[in-house]
Write a protein that binds this ligand. Sequence first.
Ligand SMILES: Nc1nc2c(ncn2[C@@H]2O[C@H](COP(=O)(O)OP(=O)(O)OP(=O)(O)O)[C@@H](O)[C@H]2O)c(=O)[nH]1
Ligand SMILES: [Mg+2]
Ligand SMILES: [Zn+2]
Length: 344
Amino acid sequence: MRCPYCLENSDPKVVNGHNYRCGECDEVLPRDYVESRNIPKGRIGIVGFAGHGKTCYLTALFHALQKIYPAQWRGFYLACMNEYTGLFTYRMIPAFQRGELPPSTASAFPQPTIYHLNEIPQFGRCILTFYDTRGEVFEQIHRITGAGRFVAHADCILFIVSLTDCTGSHEPWHVSMKRLLDTYVMATKDYLGAHLKRQRLVVVLTKADLLIAHEAFSVPETLRRYLIEQMPQDYGDPLAQWRALPEISGRIERWLAGHGAAPFVNMVRAEFKSVRYTMVSATGAAPAGRTMGVEIDPNDTRRVIDPLLCILEGIQADHAPWRTRMGDFWFKFRSAALRFAREI
Ligand SMILES: Nc1nc2c(ncn2[C@@H]2O[C@H](COP(=O)(O)OP(=O)(O)OP(=O)(O)O)[C@@H](O)[C@H]2O)c(=O)[nH]1
Ligand SMILES: [Mg+2]
Ligand SMILES: [Zn+2]
């Protein structure tokens, strides 16, 4: 078993009869993590330049998952699996809700945030481990191989880019995106020995509230509407949202490729196991520096669940391909039944 803390592959030590510690780093391992081998697990690495919204996105995602979805998804709840996740849940998320945005993350090997997600409709349960470090780590290969080495063991990478934050620099925004990708690929392939063909990539365009307002990007009307019109109740039926992801992803991909990012688009297609494109707004509107000045209502955030659905889609395809096929069958059956009901 790979330890979520040191990422070494080792057998856990049994202590006190029923508890576990990592055989390498001696950290206490969550019991469900060790014993529930049938629960799918996913390791998620968060990659992106400093200040592009990595930590705000993660906080907004779990804020929405706690505040909105337990009432919408029957039986759904999140369980924290280590002390750091408790701190994140009960200190950082409430601060975010009050409008206090997180400080810049420390540039060290991160403490993992580990959640047990229970009873997600049409999916079931899974254990997700997130790694979030400071963006400067991804500027240089030797830093990725240090504080960012979790990327080599990630099943899925959330590749965070705020396009409007790329515009102030000396290079065009699509060159910044490609530079981040090149640095990432060199570090993981050539230095950390990872197999990118085993890794799924989810490109997350953050701060989409600013992006759609920025004339230079001329975001197509369909994407603009997709972002603005989303309400959390749209996700009452995640299967329907799941089905929408490929089309939206394709639209974002074509729009990026048509505006200079074709080298990026082609390279991720060639290098990774799969790729999806999403756009989100973690705050719903532009903050004044590190504060929103008002409470953040999870209903104001936009599309923060999409990247999670992409992660789940990947886990399902890897762990239970039959469920993916069953889901397809059920979706087609239900759509046909609804069409039939409308016609009679
Ligand atoms: N308009 C807008 N601004 C955002 C959004 N999300 C984050 N921001 C702004 O971006 C700043 C940086 O966000 P962080 O999440 O801390 O960025 P980060 O990528 O974690 O940065 P490092 O930890 O330094 O790598 C925040 O303080 C906000 O001012 C968003 O959805 N919309
Ligand atoms: Mg951060
Ligand atoms: Zn360990």
